[in-house]
Design a protein around this ligand. Structure first.
Ligand code: AMP
Length: 313
């Protein structure tokens, strides 16, 4: 059983109030795979250029991730993204996006990647997401991310692919932009009408919210004293969330509310490690032993005793 992800493999230049990196390993598929590899065998599908270093391919292959479908484009350059964060890390400005090998990318999946039970379509052109969704006909659970750019310039294709997946994981403002609804509860309900049975709204440092037809569930971000670089937090969250679902489905479990809530906790815990250092640095050397304590703390933070209080009036 396996989990396939298609998305960007990148070099990122990032500046935060705590330092900068001119060129570090990044990309949505990279961050996703590093987190999801704690739960299942991950197959990564995406293009890189001649400049992609062997050491970075080794990092991508951490915890047994299969990199056979990482396509090295001769004469090409790896996708490059540059961003700068505001003083409170709440806002991010994109300074540069160089698509490079992504301009001509046509995903070619090996049979092993096509056979995956679970598929994550990271943020890429919606038509490519739809193409990969069709190639993975056997997938039992398919989740996807996207971004405001595609809502602006490729809405029709985006709506089509949203109708082909089980789960949409998107920033809360983008969910509101996508649906035109004035608040998240209404916006999530509209997405559920578009096809997915699960909607996860990422809310940055405020956490994440889960919506299904029967349930709403909210998890705060893990309370950290120090956040250094939020780049990739959303994809790391998705890796923990989708990875938890993949592991449970493999164990014969059904997609219950309990499972989805647990997936929210693991996604949140994984994302909290990601932001402690730049890029992939922390999650690449994270060990399985370090994760349960944060999940247990999240459970403690979010639970309370329902004691009756005598109310006046
Ligand atoms: P996140 O912080 O979770 O939104 O993910 C940031 C990662 O996404 C970085 O490592 C970037 O390389 C990658 N990224 C940024 N912009 C794009 C884009 N337009 N398409 C695909 N990946 C992107």
């Amino acid at each position: 059983m396996a989990l396939t992800v298609v998305g960007s493999l990148a070099y990122d230049a990032v500046e935060t109030p705590f330092g900068k990196r001119d060129r570090m390993l990044g990309g949505a598929a990279t961050h996703f795979a590093l987190a999801a590899s704690f739960f299942d065998t991950v197959h990564v599908v995406g293009p890189v250029g001649d400049d992609f270093a062997d050491e970075d391919l080794t990092i991508l292959a951490t915890r047994g991730t299969n990199v056979d479908d990482v396509e090295r484009v001769a004469g090409g350059k790896t996708f490059f993204w540059a961003g700068k964060y505001s003083a409170n890390l709440n806002e991010r400005e994109t300074l540069d996006t160089q698509l490079n090998v992504f301009e001509t990318f046509a995903p070619k999946l090996s049979q092993a990647s096509k056979d995956a039970d679970v598929l994550f379509l990271a943020n890429i052109v919606p038509d490519l997401q739809a193409d990969v969704r069709q190639q993975c006909a056997a997938a039992k659970f398919v989740a996807m991310d996207s971004m405001n750019l595609w809502i602006d310039i490729a809405r029709e294709s985006l709506e089509k692919v949203i109708g082909m997946v089980d789960c949409l994981i998107l920033n809360d403002e983008e969910i509101e932009q996508l649906t035109g609804a004035p608040n998240l509860v209404q916006a999530a309900a509209k997405v559920l009408e578009m096809g997915p049975t699960v909607v996860v709204a990422k809310q940055g440092k405020y956490g994440a919210a889960l919506f299904t037809a029967d349930d709403h569930f909210w998890v705060p971000a893990y309370p950290l004293e120090t956040v250094v670089d939020p780049t990739g937090a959303g994809d790391t969250f998705a890796g923990g969330f989708v990875g938890t679902v993949a592991a449970a489905l493999q164990g014969g479990e059904q997609l219950t509310e309990g499972l989805l809530r647990n997936a929210m906790a693991y996604g949140t815990a994984l994302a909290s490690f990601n932001v402690e250092e730049f890029g992939t640095e922390r999650v690449a050397r994270l060990t399985a032993e370090e994760i349960p304590e944060r999940v247990a703390n999240l459970r403690r933070i979010t639970s309370f005793e329902d004691r009756p209080v005598s109310l006046r009036g």
